[in-house]
Write a protein that binds this ligand. Structure first.
Ligand code: IPM
Ligand code: MN
Length: 368
């Protein structure tokens, strides 16, 4: 039942323990990360591996106090970790863009986390806004390119603030970046071993340079994967089909910007931000796992935010580290809590506090 993650550390025994950087971050980040860590510690003790957690106070508060976003010394330490576990970045008193670019995007770029992996899986007992669709229909994975495209920062501005202002923002697509993303997607689709179907989501009818590159490499690479059926959908049509016929999808691969957008749509059809998790992956290096919902400032400190997305991010991290059994335990625990206990996934409507949900998942995860 659990997802598979390509990992170089697969099967490695870590007697000395996995070194994990914990970045609780802003808003409700610390509250949900605390529950993820609770579950991590519970399953690591039953499965018999150790973890060494190193916490960093990156985020809005540190920035407001010191002006620092991500100091080079911290970045250097992050590179030496087995994984990074992130809560959320985003502070109401900090201008949008500063923390996102200075922390989240900088880590993605500097550590070359070129894949953003986002499972869209509806668990039994969870409501989806899609009529007549259930867990059998909503179970796919989006592989988003995570270091190029419109996020590369190419472009500029002239005559800002005048009527002659010119602003450009270019999408950068390199052969290397496209190739490695598609490669990961084909390999992932094969390992996942479900419908074995990979859909390229693009816009070949308008973005005729960028998606020509994507499509050529995609079709060429497909000849190396005769066991995988390929399909193509424009991004607008992808949005339509994700709502109308989500069962058509097994794996979707796309660029950074389209991936950003369709993964939020994906999060909604799997039950909302309370359950949506993602991995920022460098298959050869340190990867970072996070709930994708953001810092939710209005719920901060109330002990009512749903920690399941953070717990699911922890599950992805365990799977990536090669601790498949521990990851399966966490997924089982999450599923049991969803099915037997939670009234809703929304903050304040779960029927339990943040900490209680973490306790229940930890308890169910260690059983059996
Ligand atoms: C995400 C977020 C980020 C993104 C923001 C916070 C920069 O929306 O992880 O999807 O756009 O990638
Ligand atoms: Mn996003």
């Amino acid at each position: 039942m659990s997802f598979l993650y390509i990992s170089t550390s697969e099967g490695a025994t870590h007697e000395e323990g996995y070194k994990i950087a914990v970045l609780p971050g802003d808003g409700t980040g610390p509250e949900v990360v605390q529950e993820g860590v609770k579950v991590l510690q519970a399953v690591s003790s039953v499965e018999g591996f150790k973890t060494e957690l190193v916490e960093y106070d990156l985020g809005g508060e540190r920035y407001l106090k010191t002006g620092e976003t991500l100091p080079d010394t911290v970045l250097a330490e992050l590179r030496t970790m087995d994984a990074i576990y992130l809560g959320a970045i985003g502070h109401p008193d900090v201008k949008p863009g500063i923390l996102e670019k200075g922390i989240l995007l900088r880590i993605r770029f500097e550590l070359d986390l070129y894949i953003n992996l986002r499972p869209v899986k509806l668990y039994p007992g969870v409501d989806t806004p899609l009529k007549n669709k259930g867990p059998a229909e909503i179970d796919f994975v989006i592989v988003r390119e995570n270091t190029e495209g419109l996020y590369a920062g190419a472009g500029g501005v002239l005559k800002r603030g005048t009527v002659d202002e010119v602003a450009t923002q270019e999408s950068i697509n390199t052969y290397k970046g496209v190739e490695r993303c598609l490669r990961y997607a084909f390999e992932f689709c094969r390992q996942r071993a479900r419908a074995r179907k990979l859909t390229l989501c693009g816009k070949t009818n308008v973005l005729t340079y960028a998606f020509d590159l994507w499509e050529r490499v995609f079709r060429q690479m497909a000849t190396e994967y005769p066991d995988i059926a390929i399909d193509y959908a424009h991004v607008d049509a992808t949005c339509m089909w994700m709502v109308k016929n989500p069962e058509w999808f097994d794996c979707i691969v796309t660029d950074n910007m389209f991936g950003d957008i369709i993964t939020d749509l994906g999060a909604m059809i799997q039950g909302g931000m309370g359950i949506a998790a993602g991995g920022n992956i460098n298959p050869q290096g340190t990867s970072m796992f996070e709930p994708i919902g953001g810092s939710a400032p209005k719920y901060t400190g109330k002990n009512i935010i749903n920690p399941l997305a953070a717990i699911c991010a922890c599950q992805m991290m365990l799977s990536h580290l090669g601790e498949k059994k521990a990851a399966q335990r966490v997924e089982r625990g999450v599923m049991q809590v969803l099915q037997d206990r939670l009234k809703s996934l929304s903050a304040g409507e779960m029927g339990y506090s943040t900490a209680e949900v973490g306790d229940m998942v930890a308890e169910y995860s260690v059983k059996g």
